[in-house]
Ligand binder design. Structure first.
Ligand code: HC1
Ligand code: SF4
Length: 572
């Protein structure tokens, strides 16, 4: 242990502890902007670029995030010299930052705004210029606003080290430094997967989602159209955070109420088509197993993952399941099955999705995902945008009564809820595939081996004497490891689930900001498993509304009709 004194208090901490972490042991959070340490997902951004965390030592001022403690060190975190330096640094950052706090996308969730408040900054002594003011609005998912970038490099660490996509990095030198794409190419034309994880860690408004709220309001009030809505599994366990409920609070009933008050005509659930996805995907998996062809089957519901696969493994596009994602299956079923059932045509319906994900915005624009000119899904908003709409409408979310989804596209089993956590799709698929192959009841439906927060989880399963090797991975760096093995013929798996966001959709790029607190993400995932446990039906093939849609419309799983509406193609 190392003995030192912080603000007059003697403490002992392990070797190689930073001053920042040592101070936390005595309840002092030294302000900082660039530092980010999320051990659970191996993300560490320790570039000491913002210099906000300066503290006073006998050696002079040092950045607390990048300086390890040493024996006998005496540190003052709040000496007048340290406070003065911190304020000057924040003022310098603000002098090169647009003063748009009232209208900024990130207002209320911006670390720079918060630090300026906490430090009591009222005047900015320096008259800087706004040096970099390029805005990239090329994509359906992400907006980059360089004028708000403080060069903290959190996005670079996330994109390069965790996702290993390598789209964003620092270029130029000194005052000319910016975070940019290769040759400043518009992000839409890069290898960006639109996973949105860079947005999730950006401390300011430099990275944000494309705002589709105005389009949703217009659609709700558009004459002659019926505007319907679906919500993704992971939204129901995270939205509450925007209204001061603890992370992991299940707000499904309040969400249904809020959606009705906002004016949507039918309130439906992506969970319904998550169950449908399982039927089609389990059937496809069993067919591939029988034919010993195109294995391992790869899950296809995460659009950022599909994007990554198309860019980096164009030789392996025969492996992903051809199933559309649940969000897209929903749009297709809503327009081609539900609309006629209420006397409407597909074009009479507007489908709005509320997703934890920004890549879903891109996904719904893919030309393969529709019938002719009519796309399956019209507009996607994130969990955060949904919260903004509720606030804009003046709805008191916390006191709303619990209501239910409409039917038939609102009924689901517990297997659907767990889609939102890494390993969940695999578990849901196995509950069905196992029973279909063995024609026997599955005694224990909990596949514990593929639960939890490891980046790569694997297990083996004996189904009628056939050993099935299964694997679930989250984040694209982990996907790369698995896919390199598949490409080199070294993979032993029969089925692989991949989600682009670390821990799955619960940590999606459109979820309430976690601020680096991974416990929030864990609480959301645990809540999904709790919903599953408490549902009367927990296997997708037991969903009565799913059985009915096959009786009424699709016939059999993998039928020609099912392929027309529920399956898709990929392109390199
Ligand atoms: Fe997901 Fe999915 S689980 S991809 O994370 O398969 O976004 O929640 O909606 O489509 O169901 C996201 C979540 C979501 C799809 C489902
Ligand atoms: Fe990288 Fe994902 Fe951000 Fe694209 S969306 S720049 S892939 S982190």
């Amino acid at each position: 242990l190392i003995n030192l004194i912080i603000n007059g208090k003697s403490i002992s901490v392990p070797k190689e502890t930073t001053i920042l972490n040592a101070a936390k042991t005595i309840n002092i959070n030294i302000p900082n902007l660039c530092h980010l340490n999320m051990n659970d997902i191996n993300l560490e951004n320790k570039c000491a670029s913002c210099r906000v965390c300066m503290v006073d030592t006998p050696r002079g001022l040092v950045p607390a995030c990048a300086t390890n403690v040493s024996e006998g060190m005496i540190i003052e975190t709040n000496s007048s010299r340290a406070l003065e330096a911190r304020k000057i640094i924040v003022e310098l950052l603000l002098s090169d930052h647009p003063h748009e706090c009232l209208t900024c996308e990130k207002s209320g969730h911006c670390d720079l705004q918060q630090i300026a408040q906490d430090l009591g900054i009222r005047d900015i002594e320096f008259k800087g210029s706004n040096s970099n003011d390029t805005r990239d609005t090329s994509s359906e998912s992400i907006i980059r606003d360089n004028s708000k970038c403080i060069l903290c490099k959190r996005c670079e660490s996330m994109c390069n080290n965790i996702q290993q996509v390598g789209v964003l990095s620092g270029v130029n030198r000194g005052f000319e430094t910016i975070i940019s794409t290769f040759f400043d190419t518009p992000i839409k034309e890069t290898d960006c997967t639109f996973c949105g994880q860079c947005i999730a860690v950006c401390p300011t408004g430099a990275l944000s989602e494309v705002n589709n709220i105005p389009k949703v309001w217009d659609s709700i009030y558009e004459k002659g159209k019926t505007c319907i809505v679906q919500i993704a599994p992971a939204v129901r366990v995270a939205l509450g955070e925007e209204f001061d409920f603890p992370p992991g609070t299940i707000t499904t009933g309040k969400i249904a109420s809020a959606l009705r008050l906002l004016g949507f005509k039918y309130i439906f659930d992506t969970n319904y088509t998550a169950d449908l996805t399982i039927i089609e995907e389990a059937s496809e998996f069993i067919n591939r197993l029988k034919e010993e062809k195109n294995l391992p089957i790869l899950t296809s519901c995460c659009p950022a993952w599909i994007n990554y696969l198309e860019h980096h493994y164009p030789d392996l596009l025969h492996l992903p399941s051809t199933c559309k994602s649940p969000q897209e299956m929903f749009g297709s079923v809503a327009k081609n099955y539900f609309a006629p059932s209420i006397g409407l045509t597909p074009n009479d319906i507007t489908v709005v999705s509320i997703m934890p994900c920004v890549a879903k915005k891109y996904e719904c624009s893919r030309e393969q995902l529709g019938q002719g000119e009519t796309l399956d899904v019209d507009i996607v908003i994130t969990t955060r945008e949904f919260a903004k709409m509720i606030k804009e409408a003046g709805i008191d979310f916390s006191t709303l009564p619990e209501e239910s989804f409409d039917n038939p596209l609102g009924q689901s089993t517990g297997a659907a809820d767990i889609f939102g956590a890494t390993g969940g799709v695999l578990e849901a698929a196995l509950r069905t595939a196992y029973e279909w192959i063995t024609e026997d009841d599955l005694k224990d439906i909990n596949f514990i081996d593929v639960r939890g927060f490891e980046g790569i989880k694997e297990a083996s399963l004996d189904i009628n004497g056939l050993v099935i090797n299964i694997c679930a991975a989250s984040n694209l760096g982990n996907a790369k490891k698995l896919m390199d093995d598949v490409r080199n013929g070294k993979s032993k798996y029969h089925i692989i689930e991949i989600m682009a966001c670390p821990s799955g959709c619960v940590a999606g790029g459109g979820q309430p900001y976690h601020g680096g607190d991974y416990d929030k993400i864990k609480a959301r995932a645990c809540a999904l498993y709790k919903i599953d446990e408490n549902k009367p039906l927990r296997k997708s093939h037991g969903n009565p509304s799913i059985i009915k849609i096959y009786d009424d419309f699709f016939g059999e799983p993998s039928s020609i009709c099912a392929h027309k509406y529920l399956h898709t193609t990929y392109s390199d």
